[in-house]
Design a protein around this ligand. Structure first.
Ligand code: FES
Length: 103
């Protein structure tokens, strides 16, 4: 199981064993990490906005055009912002560092 490291706005880290096939939004939501995922993953909200660690961003990859349009509405958008519901967990993401923005 890949391990994901979620970093709270206050700097606290939570290391979580995540199941392959789930999305980052689902894992964060199920562990009460401050990610709501209001629309359930249909790219119609920004409540799953996360900031990917710079070193990891090339591995995670860029948002697709629909996701980019929605991200434009996110508070605190950064160069490595993604919608958590659009990132599927796989073994290659083992050790991924994800910042949860303050919102
Ligand atoms: S949960 Fe709404 S866009 Fe990700």
């Amino acid at each position: 199981m890949p391990k994901l490291i979620f970093i709270n706005p206050n700097g606290d880290e939570n290391s979580i064993d995540a199941e392959n096939g789930l999305s980052i939004m689902e894992v964060a939501r199920d562990h009460d990490l401050g990610i709501e995922g209001t629309c359930g993953g249909s790219i119609s909200c920004c409540t799953c906005h996360v900031v990917i660690d710079k070193d990891w961003f090339p591995i995670v990859g860029k948002p697709n055009p629909d996701e980019e349009d929605m991200l434009d509405l996110a508070v605190g958008l950064t160069d490595t912002s993604r919608l958590g519901c659009q990132i599927e967990i796989t073994d290659k993401l083992d050790g991924l560092r994800i910042c949860i923005p303050e919102e």
